[in-house]
Each structure stands twice: as C-alpha cells, then as structure tokens.
Design a protein around this ligand. Structure first.
Ligand code: NAD
Length: 263
C-alpha cells in the first residue's frame, strides 16, 4: 500500500513476458543503475543529496571560491569515476540493444557507463549531460575530462579556456539550469515511439525526466519500473519490480534468451 493506493509488485516472469511482446523498448535510467558499479545515487539511503549538493549555475559563474571547491572535488573524484566499470544492469541493456530489442537509452546519469557497456553512443540520450566533457561557458569550446584532469594535477585550481580565457565548467546540468533542447527533444521523440518503457533505478522526482513515462504511456506504451524503493509513478505503471537493477535486468536478458549480457 502506498499513499492509500495498492501497488502491484510483480515477479520477473511478468517483466520478461512484457519485454518479449514489445517491439521497441526504450530504457529510462537513473543513478540507481550505477550504484552496483560503486557510484552513489542521490536520494537512495546512501545518497549524496544531503552532503554534497552541487552549486547552482549562478553561484558557479560568479563565485571563484565555488569553482575552486568544485575543481578540488573533481581532481580527487574524476579518476575514481573514470575507473568505474559497467555492471550487470548496464551490460544487460547493451545485450538488449545488440539483440535488436532496445531502441535506445534515455539516462539521467552523467557517468558514461551505458556507452562503456557497449550501447551505441548515438542511441544514448544523456539528459543531464556528461562528466567526461568540459566546456567553456562563454563560447562552448569543448575539452575532454582527461585533458582538464591533467591540468588540475599539474596544479591549476580554477582552469580557464585555453582558447578564449572563459570560465570552464563540466558538461553536466547544474541546479536551476534547463536541459539541453536537442537531448530533451530526442528523449521525447523516443518516448513517443516506444511500445515499452523500462524504467530503472530512478526516484522519478526530477523533471522533466519524470514526465517521459507519462509521454510514453499517452502514446500507448506499457511501462515497467525496476527500483529498490517506491516511486511516485508506481501506481500508474503496468509492472513494478522492487529489486536490484543488475540481477533483474540480467534475469530479463536470460529469460528472453538473447545471450549472455557479459561480452
Ligand atoms: P536518485 O538518486 O534520485 O534515485 C535513485 C533510485 O534508484 C532510488 O530510488 C534508489 O532506491 C534506487 N536504486 C539505487 N540503487 C539501485 C539498484 N542497484 N537497483 C535498483 N534501484 C536502485 O536518482 P535519479 O532519479 O537518477 O536522480 C538523481 C540525479 O542525480 C540525476 O539527475 C542524475 O543526473 C544525478 N546523479 C547521477 C549519477 C550517475 O551518473 N551515476 C549519480 C548520482 C546522481
């Protein structure tokens, strides 16, 4: 019972049946799919929401101290992020794509693990950007995370753009910032044409990502949620599997008999 509404929790067999009958699956993923790779989520029990809330764009641009803090944290954390590997959940989605069952992935994650798992980068929509790219704010010049990491490790504390001198930032969305229109348009288009949205590891409280399942449902798609905790959409979807992303998605791939998710 959730908010007075009975939510039907299901087992994996029903999930497999729904996926087997689907032609164009789209996955909508959140931080929960990457916790089994050692990257903490935001709002789960061990999430970083309370302790490391990122700055707003306004803070970041105008406040050198906020930037120095950001780059100091990044200097320590980016090598750890780079070393993270896709887990069984990511690998299962890559296997679904190789088998021609998965149209693409819409992710709120910034970690690049879907691409690392083997999903075609052209089919991964990164709604909240990526931590693997750095951009200058005034002109959008782009640099790889690895290049900027080398500058941080060489001692720079607030690196600026080598082309125009502008303030640099991670290509991830900050609080108070709109999502990039091309990514959002792509995500909406995928949500409109899917016949089965597989929603994995997201608390579904961040808009507009949380609206995409509604778009898919209005266009006739079935919806399934795989999450450890309840979400606000549990009583509106066709299936809810309350469990871990890794074991649930690899059981799905096994059940569909489309091969071992581990390449
Ligand atoms: P969230 O932290 O709000 O919610 C994650 C949900 O996943 C929780 O409900 C939790 O119970 C569930 N969960 C955790 N581990 C799971 C597992 N192994 N299997 C199944 N469910 C699991 O995440 P969100 O909805 O994606 O929103 C957080 C925002 O923070 C996003 O916008 C994202 O950009 C950003 N973020 C990204 C990363 C990343 O890139 N890996 C990590 C933290 C935060």
């Amino acid at each position: 019972m959730q908010n007075g509404v009975v939510v039907k929790l299901t087992d994996q067999e029903e999930l497999i049946e729904l996926a087997a009958n689907a032609g164009r699956i789209v996955a909508l993923t959140g931080a929960g799919i990457s916790t089994e790779s050692g990257i903490p989520d935001y709002r789960g029990p061990n999430g970083v929401w309370a302790t490391q809330k990122p700055p707003t764009l306004g803070d970041y641009e105008s406040n050198e101290e906020a930037r120095i803090n950001f780059w100091r944290f990044r200097r320590e954390s980016y090598p750890i992020m780079l070393a993270r590997q896709p887990n069984k959940g990511h690998l299962a989605l890559a296997a679904l794509e190789r088998a021609g069952k998965l149209l693409g992935v819409i992710t709120q994650n910034i970690d690049g693990l879907h691409q690392k798992a083997g999903n075609d980068p052209g089919r991964v929509v990164e709604l909240h950007g990526t931590t693997h790219e750095i951009r200058c704010i005034p002109n959008g010049h782009r640099f790889s995370g690895i290049d900027i990491q080398a500058r941080l490790e060489a001692g720079e504390v607030d690196p600026h753009c080598v082309i125009c001198g502008g303030v640099l930032r991670s290509a991830t969305i900050l609080f108070g910032e709109p999502l990039p229109k091309p990514a959002l348009d792509h995500a909406v288009a995928m949500s409109q044409i899917t016949d089965f949205m597989l929603i994995v590891g997201t608390s579904l409280v961040v808009n507009p990502a949380a609206q995409l399942p509604i778009v898919a449902q209005r266009n006739g798609a079935k919806l399934a949620i795989v999450n450890r905790e309840p979400t606000p959409l549990d009583d509106k979807v066709d299936l809810v599997v309350r469990g871990d992303a890794g074991s649930t998605l690899s059981a799905l791939v096994d059940g569909l008999a489309i091969g071992n998710p581990v390449p």
